[in-house]
Design a protein around this ligand. Structure first.
Ligand SMILES: Cc1cc2nc3c(=O)[nH]c(=O)nc-3n(C[C@H](O)[C@H](O)[C@H](O)COP(=O)(O)O)c2cc1C
Length: 185
């Protein structure tokens, strides 16, 4: 069974409805580890050794977060700067290379409606387009980019909508491809 690692980056998880529902639904799946990164690193001082080891042990990687100002929460950027920079620029042979081919799924919740993320809408660009820097990062790191899992109107979702979102999320994670270890030489 593949190990699936969900790294949750929520600056205020205590007030979360949507990300909490997604995490709770996913946590019940076999082979899942959910890590609340903000709880682990409240001051932003990331344990890079531990996070590199976590990524290397995972078969499939999920980065989950609420969209904030069309971008990721700051701790996710700090994680990229610390962990990915080491793996891909400083220790490529021993570390970065070993991530090649692992599927990566972005699971993002947004407060606004889908129509806001259209050319005529308030936010002009689609959420998929706004997530392109993460797609570029995945490509640079030879990760297997998956179409993002997106939730809109996340603050307005009632109990039933959150339950359904959790079900969809669990199904989506269950359908993630299994990496091919032979690809890593
Ligand atoms: C500082 C901040 C910035 C936000 N920026 C956006 C944004 O750019 N687009 C959007 O759709 N929602 C935005 N939101 C709304 C959050 O994405 C939304 O509240 C969150 O996804 C709900 O998930 P949760 O219940 O897990 O907190 C923002 C919220 C905060 C607090």
């Amino acid at each position: 069974m593949p190990n699936t690692l969900i790294l949750l980056f929520h600056p205020d998880f205590a007030s979360s409805n949507a990300n909490r529902a997604l995490c709770e639904a996913a946590a019940g799946l076999p082979g899942i580890t959910v890590v609340d990164m903000q709880a682990l690193y409240p001051d932003g001082a990331i344990d890079v050794d531990a996070e590199v080891a976590r990524l290397l042990a995972a078969d499939r990687i999920v980065l989950q977060f609420p969209v904030q100002w069309y971008s990721t929460p700051p701790l996710l950027k700090a994680w990229q700067d610390a962990v990915l920079t080491r793996m891909f620029y400083l220790a490529y042979q021993d570390e970065g290379r070993l991530l090649a081919g692992k599927p990566v799924l972005i699971a993002a919740t947004a407060g606004n409606v889908p129509e806001a993320y259209t050319p005529a809408g308030q936010n002009r660009f689609s959420l998929r387009d706004l997530l392109r820097p993460l797609e570029a990062t995945a490509h640079r790191c030879s990760l297997d980019w998956q179409d993002p899992f997106l939730i809109y109107e996340a603050r307005k979702a009632d109990t039933e909508a959150l339950r359904l979102a959790g079900e969809h999320y669990a199904r989506r994670i269950g359908r993630l491809p299994c990496p091919i270890p032979e690809r890593v030489q």
